[in-house]
Design a protein around this ligand. Structure first.
Ligand SMILES: [Zn+2]
Length: 992
């Protein structure tokens, strides 16, 4: 995704308030980029907050290290009924999965705890393909839906499950955003990277488990539904609603699934492949920006064509590419349908945002980072796509773009597993790594390597090591050093060099690597030599050596040299007779000043050394974000000079006006030739209010009115305003309240921790509880926050069973009952019954049914199929339950010509072979149908000499009420041979 545009607006709007007037123009330009990085990380931090609160993120790394998934999902079919008035969805998701290992007894699906799960149905067990669907036991805690399987699955065995659920399905920007645009028109748009898919639909929410996805949405018929893949059907129901079905034939990672619903204006262009086939390029735009958006995005087919030439054909060529507007800053590369900022329409950034998100269709969507530590594989490639588009537009555009993308000092940490996941290091340095790889390998091997990487991981997930293997395979080179220094390592080399013209003619160049903040680098380097007769371009190999001398033969005597004239590499350099400013081993930072309190500033010393060979003139300095928190207290005079080898200690004072880590960019202008003479470094400090013990928390948190059996969430901030760390543990009192956040064992001085609390009233009336923290603070050993909320009266619908099996049916009068209970506190009104498939209510009449609190109504359902075989359908019940407008109940029945109820013992002869079984296996399906309303057991016994002579019981099979169990090759499965048959003894006479 990209927040570039959003951050530019932020930069422009805040620069005026901050230090724009005191910053030189070069710094103002860089500030745009620096703010970009900060805006990216803060915007993403908001998205990540939930994951952090849930303790998914531990230690330095922000991404949980994934264990291999025990399941592999191959298909999701998601159905939503949107209710914009109540801002809730009622939905279901069908999940087809296989077991990755043996002994799978429980399936764990990611499902946000705020979702209300109505039921889980086993639709099909692949080993018993003709079995009837049945309800499964499940629990739903800590964002995990644990489903108990009726049997243990072996490796590669598959299931089809249905989860019916409902709720707001949106939480802190993740999942569905129930939003407005224009003059108060509604829009529902989704966002899920990196951990938010589980917020709006139950799924195996990890980037390395992709599945084919169908999204079917029922919404007001004046709205357009946009999603992944292509529209399969649209049905207007004539009641103000319409249902749109989208289907994707390509597997999708859960975080790339999208559903955007609004009064979009649709327009379309066409992309034509080099083979002459066509693909729609779609645009779903808010009416207020539709004309401008159409103009801005008209270039998209040309961008696809350009990238297809470089990366191979657009990966989802059988479907579409599209953009769809929403109210957020930036773009999000949902598969085949990017969600794009409506505010970006009409700005200069639009083409770059457009091409970045398009690039993700290859890199991120078709080949996906295997876990979130590998995010640079998505974002580095997408940023490289911007550069390749700039290159397509012309060399000068590219060179400007590259210069903008390398503000020296701003790349912190490695690109792999960067602690600030959506930072400029991951995006821009990620792209630099790929550009340097291209330089290292040459265009042919680089783009062949890109093709191999794509081919090897088509429609799947990949790691940095996979990328390395693809390039090593194509080029025959060992890239360990390259990946160690640029992907897993930090920083960049600093060269001091000198040259002399020698006989030949030739040029002799002496390189020293003098960086104090990284190991020695090994890299190719372009050198442009000016000679008496023009210029000559050469490339040299620099080894991981502190000093080396390289001699290059020339056609004419050298008069000057230029390193890396086309910006292929990251490094710092100075001729040995030039000045060179170095900030020591701590560069590029962050340099940490420690903690400050009012009246007690913290300070920081950064050594400024002239590691060059000529006088360093320092003329100006400042802090890019302005403000008064950071100031330079010594030296006090500017300008000043530093002789070669001399060091001055730069004293920085930090006076914090608030809590938590504060940061800024120090800039120093000098006559160092690097980076337009400006050196940047990140400085940080930590705020505190009181030097000693001081804790602060709100005395109470109020939730307001929440319907009984509904839920709401609120936050409480706990601050350590003091100067010492405190240990922390928490307990919560009051059954209606739950603490969702993990409690850090220690709260660092001058920091603030946000705790997420849930209120879920079971009864009407005022509820009170407490969140109590125990600490080791002498002054505040106990901190108590009172929690208050009011449960308001509401109906609450339950369905039993959550899926209804009619069993064996031979006429359209045989009923089965589904019980609708109301365990709420108000009358529940069942307003509408909608059937899909060959089913109907036996009473048939429409009209509202009232279900008083603590009562139930049985709804009789019959099947109308007529033809023999298994039939499936759904019943949807609309009600005035405030948190679930529609309840979905799966239905099934098995139609037979003549239903014959069995006697209590049934013998099945071995009729597969007239010659008896002999040495061959008896092969047949044994179908057991339980037509009763209770579960039944069937004992299976082999009869070696025919039905009369029965051996002991071989197996007992439990058959759920009104379901069918089909056992294939049952005798073979039991390990018997020879002539005989099967005897079945049942616990009730209703098995046939
Ligand atoms: Zn991106």
């Amino acid at each position: 995704m990209s927040y570039r545009f959003f951050s530019m607006i932020l930069a422009l709007s805040l620069c005026g308030i901050a230090a724009a007037e005191t910053n030189p123009p070069e710094v103002v330009a860089a500030l745009g980029l620096a703010r970009l990085h900060d805006a990216e990380s803060s915007a993403k931090t908001a998205q990540l907050e939930r994951a952090r609160a849930k303790g998914l993120i531990a230690g330095k790394s922000w991404a949980p290290l994934l264990e291999p998934s025990p399941i592999d999902v191959s298909r999701y079919s998601i159905r939503f009924f949107l209710d914009f008035d109540r801002e809730v969805v009622s939905g279901s998701v069908e999940i087809e999965l296989t077991a990755v290992h043996s002994d799978l007894t429980t399936v764990e699906i990611d499902a946000w705890s705020g979702l209300r799960i109505l039921g889980v149905t086993l639709l099909e067990d692949a080993a018993f393909a003709f079995d009837s669907p049945r309800d499964l036991d499940f629990s739903h805690e800590n964002d995990t839906l644990s489903i108990q399987l009726p049997r243990t699955l072996a490796e590669d065995e598959g299931l089809r499950l249905l989860v019916t659920y409902g709720g707001r399905a949106g939480h802190r920007g993740d999942g569905i955003n129930w939003d407005y645009h224009g003059n108060g028109q509604r829009v529902a748009w989704t966002m899920a990277e990196p951990f938010g898919a589980r917020v709006w639909w139950p799924c195996n929410d990890r980037p390395d488990d992709k599945a084919v996805v169908n999204v079917t949405v029922t919404a007001p018929n004046t709205y357009t539904v946009a999603s992944n893949g292509l529209v399969e059907s649209t049905t207007d129901h004539g009641d103000g609603t319409a249902t749109t079905s989208w289907a994707s034939i390509y597997p999708v990672a859960p975080y790339l699934v999208v559903m955007n619903v609004a009064d979009y204006v649709y327009s379309e262009e066409t992309y034509v492949t080099s083979q002459g086939t066509t693909m729609p390029v779609a645009l779903y735009a808010f009416p207020e920006v539709a004309d401008q958006a159409e103009d801005d995005l008209a270039v998209t087919p040309q961008m696809i064509e350009t990238m297809a030439e470089l990366f191979g054909e657009y990966p989802f060529i059988e479907e579409k590419y599209g953009n769809c507007t929403a109210n957020f800053g930036g773009g999000m590369e949902h598969q085949t349908l990017t969600t794009i900022s409506a505010a970006a329409i009409g700005t200069d950034w639009m083409p770059w945002l457009n091409v970045h998100e398009l690039g993700h269709q290859w890199w991120g969507d078709w080949v996906t980072c295997a876990d979130w530590r590998e995010l640079w594989l998505n974002e580095g490639f997408a940023t490289l796509t911007e550069w390749l588009w700039a290159e397509h537009l012309g060399e000068s555009t590219l060179q400007n773009y590259l210069a903008d993308s390398d503000n020296i000092g701003l790349f912190l940490g490695p690109v792999y597993d960067n602690p600030v996941p959506f930072s400029g290091t991951v995006y821009d340095k990620g792209a630099w790594v790929l550009r340097m790889l291209r330089h290292r390998l040459g265009d042919e091997d680089f783009f062949e390597g890109v093709a191999a990487y794509r081919e090897n991981h088509a429609g799947e997930a990949a790691t940095s090591e996979d990328l390395k293997a693809a390039f090593e395979g194509v080029s025959g080179r060992n890239l360990d050093q390259f990946f160690d220094q640029w992907v897993y390592g930090k920083n960049r080399p600093r060269f001091r060099y000198s040259w002399e013209a020698t006989e030949g003619p030739a040029i002799r160049v002496v390189f020293e690597q003098i960086q104090q903040n990284a190991e020695l680098f090994e890299m190719p380097l372009d050198i442009r030599v000016t000679t008496a007769s023009g210029t000559e371009d050469h490339q040299i190999e620099l080894g991981a050596l502190a000093e080396q001398t390289i001699e290059i033969p020339l056609n004419a005597p050298a008069t000057g040299i230029e390193l890396d004239p086309n910006h292929w590499s990251l490094f710092l350099s100075a001729l040995s007779d030039q000045p060179d400013l170095d900030l020591g081993p701590g560069y590029p930072g962050p340099f940490d000043a420690g903690q400050s309190f009012p009246g007690s500033p913290a300070s920081l010393t950064i050594p400024v050394t002239n590691v060059g060979g000529n006088s360093l003139e320092i003329s100006e300095w400042g802090f890019a974000y302005g403000g008064s928190e950071f100031s330079i207290t010594a030296p006090t005079q500017l300008p000043f000079s530093l002789a070669p080898g001399a060091t001055v200690e730069l004293e920085i004072e930090f006076k914090s006006g608030g809590l938590n880590t504060r940061s800024n960019w120090l800039w120093i202008r000098s006559n160092d030739p690097d980076n337009l003479g400006i050196t940047y470094a990140r400085v940080e400090g930590h705020g505190g209010i009181f030097p000693g013990d001081f804790l602060q928390a709100p005395s109470s948190v109020s939730f307001g009115n929440v319907p009984v059996k509904g839920l709401d969430e609120a936050t409480a901030e706990f601050s350590n305003l003091g100067g010492a760390p405190v240990t922390l543990s928490a307990t919560i009192q009051g059954d209606e309240f739950t603490l969702l956040s993990e409690v850090p064992p220690v709260l660092e001085p001058g920091t603030r921790q946000t705790f997420l609390i849930r209120f879920a009233p079971e009864t009407v009336g005022n509820h009170q509880g407490s969140l109590i923290f125990e600490t080791d603070s002498g002054t505040w050993p106990t901190v108590e926050i009172t929690l208050r909320g009011t449960g308001i009266s509401a109906p609450h619908l339950l369905v039993t069973p959550s899926s209804l099996a009619l069993g064996l049916v031979d006429n359209d009068t045989k009923e089965a009952l589904v019980r609708i209970s109301n365990d709420g506190t108000e009358d529940l009104h069942l307003l509408e019954f909608v059937f899909e498939g060959p089913f109907e209510r036996s009473e048939g009449s429409a009209g509202t049914i009232a279900v008083p609190a603590d009562e139930y109504r049985d709804i009789a359902v019959v099947s109308t199929a007529g033809q023999t075989g298994a039939v499936q359908g759904t019943l949807r019940i609309r009600s005035d339950d405030p948190t679930l407008p529609w309840a979905t109940i799966p239905l099934n029945a098995v139609w037979v010509d003549d239903a014959i109820l069995a006697e209590d013992q049934l013998a099945i002869p071995a009729t597969a072979s007239t010659a008896g079984l002999g040495g061959s296996w008896w092969s047949s399906n044994l179908v057991l149908l339980n037509t009763g309303n209770e579960d039944a057991a069937a004992d299976l016994a082999f009869s070696p000499a025919g039905p009369q002579t029965t051996s002991g019981i071989d197996r007992t099979v439990t058959i759920q009420a009104r379901t069918q169990r089909t056992l294939s090759d049952v005798v073979a499965d039991l390990g018997h041979e020879g002539a005989g048959g099967m005897a079945v003894t049942t616990s009730t006479p209703k098995i046939i």
